[in-house]
Design a protein around this ligand. Structure first.
Ligand code: MF3
Ligand code: CO
Length: 251
């Protein structure tokens, strides 16, 4: 069942999402040479708690941290540890916060110091593919209209979309229906209606789309060892243009 949020629920959802977006921005500011991924987790955890919210990811299906930090060929679900970021790394941070009964979910990939032109292009194409996708996030359209737009943009730039992980509805639960793949066919999938809230999250690989999960059960890496980037926002379907909820304005 796809849930439709009413205005009262959306008021809480907007608050949860603003906290989440601020946590992402904080993580992004911490991405620089010499900082450990564990230090980013600690800072994000403490910030979310300071806002009276809970880190959505902590203990979710046993996940041991408040943020995912995925460096270079790690696609998603990198577990913060003692790794020290170094110049040239690209660093995806994914964060969720739970507030007044609702989750926000967002991610972005940041450059650690100076990075290669090709790595920057991967980051830029991944971010833009999100905007290409949500241009279709309008009432009456179908979920895969978004998916198709993401895929077309990414592939026309010579990169590949990850298939085995997808975006999702988000609300009282972090993962709700519908699934929002980053590949698909126009006119397919559930119809979009005002009040639906979805996490649109392109995961884009520089090489093959294939990924594998390491023995820790979380860390997801590119099969070919090439770079990967991620960009995600929680988005509300409205009567008009989509509203990106994971923004920091007005926190
Ligand atoms: N943003 C991720 C997602 O959309 C969050 C999952 S990480 C986990 O699925 F650790 F919480 F599982
Ligand atoms: Co998500």
């Amino acid at each position: 069942m796809i849930t439709i949020k009413n205005e009262r629920e959306l008021t809480s959802m907007r608050k949860a999402c603003k906290i989440t977006a601020a946590a992402r921005a904080l993580a992004g500011e911490l991405v620089r040479p010499g900082v450990s991924t564990k230090a980013i987790d600690r800072a994000v955890h403490d910030f979310i708690v300071s806002q009276g919210a809970k880190p959505s990811f902590l203990n979710y299906n046993g996940y041991p941290a408040s943020v995912c930090v995925s460096v270079n060929s790690t696609v998603i679900h990198g577990i913060p540890d003692g790794y020290i970021l170094k110049e040239g790394d690209i660093v995806s941070v994914d964060v969720g916060a739970f507030y007044e009964g609702f989750h926000g979910d967002c991610a972005a990939t940041y450059a650690c110091g100076a990075i290669s032109t090709e790595a920057q292009r991967l980051i830029d194409v991944t971010r833009q593919s999100f905007y290409e996708g949500i241009a279709w996030a309008k009432k009456g359209n179908r979920v895969q209209d978004i998916s198709h737009a993401v895929q077309t943009y990414v592939e026309s730039n010579g990169f590949a979309v990850v298939r085995s992980f997808v975006g999702h509805g988000v609300g009282r639960k972090m993962h709700e229906e519908p699934e929002v793949p980053n590949f698909g066919m126009p006119g397919r999938g559930p119809r979009l209606l005002p009040g639906m809230t979805i996490a649109v999250e392109p995961m884009v690989n520089a090489g093959t789309y294939e990924v594998r999960v390491l023995k820790d059960g979380w860390t997801t890496v590119t099969a070919d060892g090439k770079l990967s980037a991620h960009y995600e926002n929680t988005v509300l379907i409205t009567d008009g243009e989509p509203e990106i909820l994971t923004v920091t304005e007005g926190l």
